[in-house]
Ligand binder design. Structure first.
Ligand code: ADP
Ligand code: MG
Length: 593
């Protein structure tokens, strides 16, 4: 007796579904990718119970004809490829034609869809591969698909789902992979009636900001520098984090031709580019977008795998690494201050142990939150002084924390390439080295802006900065102050400046990116009085020329840095309010034992 027989479609589809639809997140991915393939400009995702009971995707894409609406749920039914060779020139996300067939095998699906040219739309309802309803309906152009009670007929699968928290996180991760590389499409994500994400169409950078930014914190993307490399083989664009902003938990995203990919080998290229710049177990965050001829990659490995194979991975590795290196170097994020050369102006190294005692002066009117007062004193809100008092009172007075004389002979250590530690009367003082240096440089730049002419380092080869109109207007406004701080610049044409010299403190940096950075900061942080833009200039320059994290300091350098810090009227916080110095009190230390 022959024993082999063909499985009915519904069973075959359920088996296939096991591969394609493992959890709500994979279902969401397939639906949203279909919307994008259909040319949608708006995609709404509506989820209930982390996708267990409802996953709905509404798009304004092409919609389907009545016949196609039915065919779409058949296995290997696709409009995206016709023959095998099409596989090598894919421009769509889908092509296997198995997603909808798999989904409808393991859920209750309701879809309404209409093409623009059709008067009426189609409603179709399928439960576990059985069509239970199909009728004409009236609906907007596009497709609205609901996946209800996922795995209702596959209890084992249902049992394997994790907690709602975890499944929701998986949904969002999958969603990020898609929205970050489709910034021109408007997306919303609603979970249990709460709008979790609302992402208007924009640039890649705006999209990253919209996903990861938090209005209460600093602008997220300002922690990154751009990378941009065009070669015959591949174009690489994107954003990589400035080493000083790296964290232990990083956002790491590669995209190729509009598709998210995992690529451990290319990750290595990025990590290598950062080597020596990050403290232990810190990871670089990045958003890197590759454009490459579709023939040069193979996306066909597995329906749920995000690995993508490149024809020439070694070459792309090299290009990627060089591209990241260049971006980091351009913004002089690599160590810029060489303590051993006497030529560098910043921190003169005193080899003798005695450091002259700095005069500690405390400016009682200093208010780090107050930026406009000098120009428009009447704008200052009434009663802010009391606000400020109440904010600072619980902390020990600054002068109590650390005395300049403490610094001269006490032990001093560097920790983790980031902090300087030293004992004081009241406990252990911890100083953030980069911020300390930033504050010192900031004071120095502000001083130059108001009183003196900054020292200029003439460039061997003058450079030309070409700017769009709006930035030229800004540049013209700032030019006087930029000259005061040591930029030797002159307007060349209506849309360009020539740069002959730069502030001596920046001698090791390339002038164009620094100027660009200042313009961006002034624009993005919104400085509209002279005082404010001066502060922005000083802040940007101080931040980009201060010693980076990870830089090893000698004992003399540390003492010098600390005494210069203490000489500042305000040494606990940077100009933008970040903590420079913190005290771990004896009490707190004793409590631990
Ligand atoms: P694939 O995307 O691999 O082609 P699917 O099973 O995901 O396979 O979809 C099958 C077909 O259904 C697609 O090729 C497309 O023609 C059609 N389709 C699916 N979703 C949509 C949608 N949101 N808008 C328009 N057409 C769609
Ligand atoms: Mg698809």
């Amino acid at each position: 007796m022959d024993i082999i027989h063909l499985l009915p479609d519904s069973v075959a589809n359920q088996i296939a579904a096991g591969e394609v639809i493992q959890r709500p997140a994979s279902c969401l991915k397939e639906l949203v990718e279909n919307s994008l393939d259909a040319g949608a400009t708006r995609v709404q995702v509506i989820v209930r119970d982390a996708g267990r009971t409802l996953l709905q995707v509404i798009d304004d894409g092409s919609g389907m004809s009545e016949t196609d609406a039915r065919l779409a749920f058949e296995r290997h039914a696709t409009s995206k490829i016709r023959e095998a060779k099409d596989l090598f020139s894919l421009r769509t996300m889908g092509f296997r034609g198995e997603a909808l067939a798999s989904i409808c095998a393991v859920a209750q699906v309701e879809m309404i869809t209409r093409r623009q040219e059709d008067e009426t739309g189609t409603l179709i309802e399928i439960h576990g591969s059985d069509v239970v309803r199909q009728e004409v309906c009236s609906c907007p152009t596009g497709t609205n698909i609901k996946v209800l009670n996922l795995f209702f007929n596959v209890p084992v699968r249902r049992k394997f789902l994790k907690t709602d928290q975890t499944e929701l996180r998986n949904l969002l991760t999958e969603f990020y992979h898609i929205v970050l590389v489709n910034p021109k499409v408007n997306f919303t994500f609603v979970h249990n009636d709460e709008i979790l994400l609302e992402l208007p169409a924009g640039t890649e950078k705006q999209r990253i900001e919209a996903v990861f930014g938090n209005p209460k914190r600093n602008v997220y993307t300002s922690a990154f520098v751009d990378i941009n490399t065009e070669t015959e083989m591949v174009n690489i664009r994107g954003f990589v984090i400035k080493p000083e902003n790296a964290t232990k938990k990083a956002e790491q995203y590669f995209f190729v031709n509009g598709r998210y990919m995992r690529h451990p080998y290319f990750l290595k290229a990025v990590q290598t580019a950062y080597s020596g710049m990050l403290a232990n177990d810190y990871q670089p965050s990045f958003f890197i977008y590759f454009d490459i001829a579709p023939e040069a990659i193979d996306v066909n490995i597995h329906p749920t795998k995000t690995e993508i194979k490149f024809a020439d991975e070694q070459t792309v590795f090299q290009i990627l690494m060089a591209s990241v290196r260049e971006a980091l170097g351009k913004f002089s994020l690599a160590p810029t201050i060489d303590f051993d050369t006497s030529g560098s102006l910043d921190i003169p190294v005193s080899t003798s142990k005695t450091v002259s005692r700095p005069q500690v002066t405390v400016d009682p009117t200093y208010n780090p939150f107050h930026t406009r007062g000098t120009i428009y004193p009447d704008r200052a809100p009434k009663g802010w002084e009391s606000l400020y008092e109440s904010m600072t009172d619980p902390e020990p007075k600054e002068t109590d924390v650390l005395h300049a004389e403490d610094v001269e002979n006490c032990p001093i250590w560097q920790y983790n390439g980031r902090y300087i530690l030293l004992p004081s009367e009241n406990g252990l003082v911890i100083i953030n080295q980069h911020r300390a240096h930033t504050a010192i440089l900031y004071a120095q730049f502000m001083e130059q802006l108001s009183h003196t002419q900054g020292a200029i380092q003439q460039l061997l080869f003058p450079e030309v900065l070409v700017l769009p109109l709006d930035e030229m207007v800004l540049m013209n406004q700032l030019s006087g102050d930029l000259r005061a701080i040591g930029f030797d610049i002159e307007q060349l044409t209506p849309d360009s400046y020539s740069i002959q010299g730069i502030p001596a403190q920046l001698a090791q940096q390339s002038p164009l990116p620094v100027l660009q950075h200042i313009l961006t900061q002034v624009r993005e942080r919104g400085a509209d009085t002279r005082q404010e833009w001066r502060e922005q200039i000083a802040r940007t320059l101080a931040d980009s020329s201060a010693i980076p994290y990870g830089k090893t300091l000698t004992e003399a350098e540390m003492r010098d840095l600390v005494s210069r810090l203490l000489a500042l009227p305000q040494h606990k916080h940077t100009a933008d309010g970040k903590t420079i110095l913190s005290l771990l009190s004896d009490e707190e230390i004793n409590k631990r034992f």
